[in-house]
Write a protein that binds this ligand. Structure first.
Ligand SMILES: NC(=O)c1ccc[n+]([C@@H]2O[C@H](COP(=O)([O-])OP(=O)(O)OC[C@H]3O[C@@H](n4cnc5c(N)ncnc54)[C@H](O)[C@@H]3O)[C@@H](O)[C@H]2O)c1
Length: 261
């Protein structure tokens, strides 16, 4: 028996990075996956899953559009006969501007995808999960939602809100059998961060990436996917209302510089 056998999952942001790695691993662990993304790459993710004998369908949808995300949940019900979990992972890096240059429209875009996108996916899933009396809701927050210095003000606030959503919703779903958690990744090499990795390669400073965490490197999408698949599975049956850092130890520390010998 595989850890996610027969789990019917909706995974957003599945075209790239963490969402793609989680879709591939979940399918390999026995799940039926509705892979959701705005980008065409979601078709390639599903093609790869099917090539290796897994079950998946693709939906091109904007997670900030309630009707579109409702359609993805419906597709899981019609295609796979039910719903057992949602991983609301799609996200954007934010406006990337100093806060004084940011506009309200910049904020609204970041919050629409990173925060309201999570809320809408959870909201659309909850009636099905509570009726069945079991299910797992999972979101990707960030270490930027825990501490300063890992993103812009809009991005960091959008991720702090995701942490609050999972903590608050776990209590609002008291006694329903539905668990709600978030993962807080550190620096992971994905589409979102590829510019930083490329620039470091060009400058010959790749070996400096990730040096501020005690594991002394950046993470790979599979290292988040492994935690995601655990939290979506019944092996995590007593994990609820948590925002779990997967960051090489970055968030464990206060800023500190090694003294020179
Ligand atoms: N890469 C990191 O270092 C890092 C660190 C902490 C948190 N995260 C979070 O991880 C999550 C996944 O990002 P990633 O790093 O894999 O980046 P990525 O860019 O590789 O993947 C993000 C995916 O989300 C999709 N997406 C964006 N907006 C969407 C929308 N409105 N509707 C549907 N799909 C949309 C993109 O098309 C893309 O395929 C994000 O929530 C991100 O904020 C990433």
């Amino acid at each position: 028996m595989k850890p996610l056998d027969h789990k019917r999952l909706v995974i957003t942001g599945a075209a790239s990075g963490i969402g793609r790695a989680t879709s591939l691993l979940a399918a390999a662990e026995g799940a039926y996956v509705v892979a959701v993304d705005l980008a065409d790459g979601v078709l390639e993710t599903v093609r790869e899953i099917r090539t290796t004998g897994g079950n998946a369908v693709a939906m091109q949808a904007d997670v900030s559009d309630e009707n579109a995300i409702a359609g993805c949940i419906d597709r899981c019900l019609s295609e796979f006969g039910g719903l057992d979990g949602v991983y609301a992972n799609a996200g954007i890096g934010g406006a990337g501007k100093p806060f004084a240059d940011m506009t309200a429209a910049d904020w609204q875009r970041t919050l629409a995808v990173n925060t309201i996108g999570v809320f809408l996916a959870f909201k659309q899933a909850i009636p099905h999960l509570t009726r069945q009396g079991s299910g797992a809701l999972l979101a990707t927050a960030s270490v930027a939602g825990l501490r300063a210095n890992a993103g812009g003000v809009d991005y960091s606030a959008s991720k702090a809100a995701v942490i609050s959503i999972v903590q608050t919703m776990a209590y609002q779903l008291y006694g329903t059998g539905v668990r709600v958690n978030a993962i807080c990744p550190g620096l992971i090499e994905t589409g979102m961060t590829e510019g930083a990795f490329e620039r470091a390669r060009e400058r010959g400073t790749s070996d400096r990436i990730g040096q501020v965490n005690p594991t002394r490197r950046a993470g790979q999408p599979i290292e988040i996917a492994q935690m995601a698949c655990f939290l979506l599975s019944d092996r995590a049956s007593y994990v609820n209302g948590q925002a779990i850092p997967v960051d090489g130890g970055l968030s464990a520390s206060l800023p500190w510089v090694f003294p020179r010998a």
